[in-house]
Design a binder for this molecule. Structure first.
Ligand SMILES: Nc1ncnc2c1ncn2[C@@H]1O[C@H](COP(=O)(O)OP(=O)(O)OP(=O)(O)O)[C@@H](O)[C@H]1O
Ligand SMILES: [Mg+2]
Length: 329
């Protein structure tokens, strides 16, 4: 199949959270496009909107307090935001699946791992009990949890952190989803385990030809795993490109600063916390660019006019009036 058509596309997604009189803007117009058979990294500081974006795709946004103010999430010719909960349930897990930072929160402590996989595939794929058991064994083997069925018969608390993460991956991919979201799936693991899980994800992605949204704070990890990368700042995508372009030829001053603050991007473990200045207050709605107060290139125009995400070269989009300009450090 032609890869030019995105598997899933997010258009102008705006989300607010209301608490009493206070309204906070979590997503200020997200635009993202995911291709088949590609790992798309999403990087940004804490609070920038990565998890809210993924919960919107999964149809799991808690509303209230959240509210979708505008936007569309297009998948398979449909806007997921318009589906009923019952319709969404036929997609969630089957077509669109997710793995989380903390598997302990996701795995049901009362059921054995095998049962959780069996339930998933019986529900979505209508398999017989016996076929579902076979599938569960295969999946656990595929994610490196052995063939002997020991993990099949284990409760989540009987597994180590790395094994839980693998078990959750097995559940997530059990129905061959088209689209897999991995929200900081390795942050809670030590470096050796991180590497193993990344390799596993990459292997599964190419095996099942999924489109993967890989969320991380860590530029090094994204560099290692992603094919394309988008950078999110204060609820907006500021730059999006193929990985090589983004790392070699970043255009947005925020992306450039991220690279500078993490000089050896190939080195894992760097967190994005060293850029000076305050992140935009979530209750504010500036007229101009959200990044202007922290930006070394900011001029009058930046405070007056919000730059739109536009193509700079083919496949490389950026939201900056002065994209590509450099400054003296
Ligand atoms: N339940 C909630 N109630 C109020 N505000 C929320 C809620 N969940 C998220 N937010 C706000 O939405 C914004 C985006 O949060 P989100 O969790 O998506 O950030 P993130 O990029 O995933 O951060 P992190 O890297 O720390 O996981 C933040 O300003 C956050 O405070
Ligand atoms: Mg998050």
């Amino acid at each position: 199949m032609e890869t030019a058509v995105p598997v899933l596309r997010i258009e102008d997604l705006k989300v607010t959270f209301s608490h009493g009189q206070l309204k906070a803007f979590a997503l200020r117009g997200i635009n993202l496009s995911f291709k088949r058979d590609e790992i798309h990294g999403l990087v940004g500081e804490s609070g920038s909107g990565k998890t809210v974006t993924s919960t919107c795709i999964m149809g799991l946004l808690p509303s209230p307090p959240a509210r979708i103010e505008s936007g569309r999430i297009l998948y398979d010719g449909k806007d997921l935001l318009q589906l009923s909960e019952a319709e969404m349930r036929t997609y969630r897990g089957r077509k669109i699946a997710m793995i989380f930072q903390e598997p302990a929160k996701y795995l049901n402590p009362a059921f054995k791992i095998g049962e959780q996989i069996i339930e998933m595939v019986r529900l979505h794929l209508g398999m017989s009990r016996q076929a579902a058991e076979e599938r569960a064994k295969e999946l656990l083997h595929l994610v490196g949890l052995g063939k002997d069925g020991r993990v099949l018969d284990s409760f989540p608390h009987e597994l180590s952190g790395g094994m839980k993460q693998r078990a959750m991956i097995a559940i997530a991919i059990s129905c061959n989803p088209d689209f897999l979201i991995a929200d900081e799936p390795t942050t809670a693991l030590d470096v050796t385990l991180q590497l193993q899980i990344l390799r596993l994800l990459k292997k599964l992605q190419s095996l099942q030809r999924m489109s993967v949204l890989f969320i991380s704070h860590d530029l090094g990890i994204v560099y290692e795993i992603a094919d394309a990368v988008s950078v999110i700042y204060a609820g907006k995508i500021v730059e999006s490109a193929k990985k090589e372009n983004l790392f070699k030829n970043s255009l947005h001053p925020y992306t450039k600063l991220l690279m500078l603050s993490s000089p050896n991007a190939k080195k894992r473990g760097k967190r994005l916390t060293t850029i000076p200045g305050q992140v935009l207050d979530a209750t504010e709605t500036p007229r101009g660019c959200s990044f202007a107060p922290r930006c070394p290139l900011a001029r009058d125009r930046c405070y007056a006019e919000d730059p739109e995400l536009t193509a700079y070269t083919e496949g490389h989009t950026v939201a900056c009036h002065f994209a590509g300009e450099t400054w003296k450090i």
